[in-house]
Design a protein around this ligand. Structure first.
Ligand code: GLN
Length: 545
């Protein structure tokens, strides 16, 4: 959606920097996305970048339980989960370049140094690393013809590793001009139970820390439980040296998609408009408010079990949860999710596994490695036998094949070579292309691939098309030597990619809903426009018995 550049009076690209203080996990990603969304709704061409100051090259090798989901971009980038927030809020697709890490910046600087590009200079954090950071941000804005780029810096102000990035932001204000840069600082106003008053001191200290490194915030967004009191706002304004109309309350709301509205109601548009010298911006909400409202208006509940390996941190499956909630909101359902560790069902008794009977649907998301895999296989089997709507994704797809092969086709030793490398019946095996790969980072089958869908199948009904394009992240795949035995026993393999080489979709007829996919359907779901497999799953789950 590119409406206009003439709203930007001076035709200059504008940069909005979002930093955070006090503690991490404040929801900076949602706030950055919301600011981006509001500006997009005024007709500007907006995009977002996430900076992760850790040294990893990308998020691909990071533990999802510690860091949250690895979000995959269409071009195969393994990114921080905030990229998913940006895509969902702004309804855009981002490239891997929108996630910048210290590792990426340093490896580029070092490559350049090795190629002799610094012509004998001593390569330093300032100016060489900061230049590399600034160049990256400018390049994205120019290449994508943006009006506004929102740049979120992960971590909290005061972290050693984020210093070069904050220094680059500081320099950009000088170089791009005051009217072309805006600094947003996100902090927390906690309430101590005994006193019940919103505390402003952490914000004061965090702003001081930001100032110490040369950045004066233009706008403060304060996360709080209840709406920020006038008293707290006044105090923050005075001590942080920010006008009180530039102190925004970002209190808890029923859905993250309501955040753009609460910021807009407090006048954020005119503040940004004035500071960035824009042209009397006006928000055209179109259907956004209705979509946001749909997340808090429902008639009945749908209760879904997510059975996976990384359930101790729901953020490890944030896109899966989001996709379910998009589907539930669209269909007028209240989504209730139970996070269940698959390891619990590794050696289940009949009674133990039948606790899953109470769910309207069972979803098995992606995962890696042996731990908890037998539990997944058992749950995939239980959902089939108990006729409970079932959706499997990636690992969930692969292990529902193992479960079907063992329990329906009688191939008792069927397995994935990821779990048992010596299995005599490798129904899921290492992709041949993967065999020569040694490095772990960025080497899976990643990103978007086209999938052809067979006609007269559930998949063709769900997608109303004979092809889809979806994102991937895997090293193992269904072994097609077992296709005929699975088909003979009633499983329908209905989607294929890479010239029929790879199997992407399975379904079991005469079941309420049994559908599993090799691709990560969850990365293509949007509020108001759920990914179709999720929508069909929730629709069937909500029918109850
Ligand atoms: N571990 C499996 C593979 O590598 C599944 C990956 C996933 O679920 N993303 O193929």
């Amino acid at each position: 959606m590119r409406l206009t550049r003439n709203k930007v009076k001076d035709h200059h690209i504008k940069y909005i920097f979002v930093t955070g203080g006090v503690l991490s996990g404040l929801g900076k990603g949602v706030i950055s996305s919301s600011i981006g969304k509001i500006l997009q709704l005024t007709g500007l061409n907006v995009s977002c970048v996430k900076i992760d100051p850790y040294v990893n090259y990308d998020a691909g090798t990071m533990n999802p339980v510690a860091h949250g989901e690895v979000f995959v971009t269409c071009d195969g980038g393994e990114c921080d989960m905030d990229i998913g927030n940006y895509e969902r809020f702004l309804n855009i697709e981002l490239s891997r370049d929108h996630n910048i890490t210290t590792g990426r910046i340093y490896s580029e600087v070092i490559d350049d140094e090795r190629q002799g590009k610094y012509l004998g200079q001593c390569v330093q954090i300032i100016p060489h690393v900061t230049d590399a950071i600034k160049n990256k941000l400018r390049k994205i804005s120019i290449q994508e013809d943006l009006d506004i780029l929102v740049i979120e810096c992960g971590g909290t102000v005061g972290d050693i590793e984020s210093l070069p990035f904050l220094e680059a932001f500081r320099q950009m204000k000088l170089e791009e001009g005051d009217y072309n840069t805006l600094f947003v600082h996100v902090t927390l106003a906690p309430i101590l139970d005994v006193v019940g008053e919103q505390k402003t001191k952490p914000t004061q200290h965090s702003v001081q820390e930001l100032r110490r490194i040369g950045i004066n915030p233009d706008l403060l967004v304060i996360r709080c439980k209840n709406i920020l009191s006038d008293d707290a706002r006044r105090k923050i304004s005075l001590f942080a040296n920010v006008n009180s109309n530039c102190v925004f309350s970002c209190h808890d709301v029923k859905s993250i998609f309501l955040v753009p509205e609460i910021l807009a109601e407090q006048g954020i548009v005119s503040i940004i408009d004035n500071k960035l010298s824009l042209q009397n911006l006006f928000i055209k909400w179109s259907n956004w408010k209705l979509i946001a409202k749909s997340f808090s208006e429902y008639s009945k509940e749908v209760y879904v079990a997510i059975v996976g390996k990384y359930v101790s941190l729901p953020d490890s499956y944030v896109s899966v949860y989001q996709s379910l909630s998009h589907a539930a909101a669209k269909l007028g359902n209240k989504l209730e999710v139970a996070w269940i560790d698959s390891e619990k069902f590794d050696t289940p008794t009949k009674e133990k596994i039948s606790v899953l009977k109470k769910f309207d649907g069972i979803l098995i998301p992606g995962g890696f490695g042996k731990r908890g895999s037998e539990g997944i296989i058992n749950v995939a089997n239980f959902a089939r036998e108990a006729n409970i709507p079932f959706l499997g994704i990636c690992f969930g797809f692969q292990l529902s094949i193992v479960s079907f092969a063992r329990n329906v086709c009688g191939i008792v030793n069927a397995n994935s070579t990821e779990i048992d490398p010596n299995t005599c019946d490798p129904v899921v095996e290492f992709m041949p292309e993967q065999k020569t790969i040694n490095n772990m980072g960025g080497t899976m089958r990643l990103g978007s691939h086209k999938i052809l869908i067979n006609s007269n199948t559930l998949a063709s009904k769900i997608y109303s098309n004979n092809f889809i394009i979806r994102r991937h992240r895997h090293r193992f795949e269904f072994n097609k030597n077992y296709l005929s035995v699975l088909s003979k026993n009633g499983m329908i393999l209905s989607g294929f990619s890479d010239n029929e080489k790879r199997t992407e979709i399975l379904e079991i007829p005469n079941h309420k809903f049994y559908f599993a996919v090799q691709y990560h359907a969850e990365f293509d779901s949007r509020p108001g426009k759920p990914e179709q497999a999720f929508e069909a799953f929730i629709q069937n789950a909500s029918l109850k018995s």
